[in-house]
Design a protein around this ligand. Structure first.
Ligand SMILES: Cc1ncc(COP(=O)(O)O)c(C=O)c1O
Length: 210
């Protein structure tokens, strides 16, 4: 398989970055900021923040929800470890829920069996480009007052009932690692409409600095 999927446009952008002397996220107006604004418009979400990987985006998303030590976060049993390790990093405890055997996506029955009085959130992974059944999952989560993280690492521009995956939960994370649908080599995105989740996600990703 040819990996030559980059061309003149990327070369021109790279040149602009190199000539600017600013390889980090830097100031407003630089590439990262422009990308965040473009992604926010594309997703129709209020806030988008670029981070160093999809795993970092999952950590920022869970931390953004305000998970406290001992809080439980339900994760799909089949999801890669990138999904559950960030829960530990946020101080929480991942609790694994069964998935629909046809799609390997978390099921409402799985959520119901995993929920406890300590559960604060559920991570829904839209897997292999398939959208999760968000209506029923949001209803199950809502009935237990759980926040919902959408992991869209494998589901860029994936639609559920005409709505984009990543626009339905409280907070969303994407990976930009090269095996994903869009890439910066490595990288990630966290997206939300909630200013408080955004504030905490940025603090988490940026060594406590706003
Ligand atoms: C569902 C899912 N979430 C999170 C990640 C983590 O992304 P990254 O490799 O950019 O840290 C991946 C990566 O494969 C993934 O498939």
């Amino acid at each position: 398989m040819s990996l030559k999927c980059f061309g003149e446009e990327e070369m021109a952008n790279l040149r602009e970055v190199i000539e600017s002397g600013q390889l980090w996220r830097g100031m407003e107006g630089r590439f990262t900021h422009r990308f965040e604004q473009a992604m926010a418009a594309h997703l129709g979400r209020r806030y988008v923040y670029g981070v160093s990987s999809g795993t970092a985006a999952n950590e920022a998303a869970v931390t953004g929800l305000g998970i406290q030590p001992g809080d439980e976060v339900i994760c799909p049993a089949t999801a890669p470890i990138f999904v559950s390790l960030p829960v530990f990093a946020a101080g929480g405890i991942p609790v694994f829920a069964d998935v629909d055997p046809r799609t390997l996506i978390i099921s409402t029955d799985g959520i119901e069996a995993a929920v406890s009085e300590r559960t604060k959130a559920v991570v829904v992974v839209h897997l292999f480009g398939q959208p999760a059944p968000m209506d029923e999952l949001l209803q199950a989560a809502g009935s237990h007052r759980l926040k919902v993280v959408e992991d869209c690492a494998q589901a860029y521009d994936c639609f559920y009932k005409g709505k984009k995956a990543g626009t339905l939960g409280d907070v969303t994370c994407f990976s930009l690692q090269q095996s994903k649908h869009i890439t910066s080599g490595e990288g990630g995105i966290v997206a939300t409409d909630d200013p408080e989740i955004y504030r905490r996600a940025v603090l988490c990703s940026n060594a406590g600095m706003p």
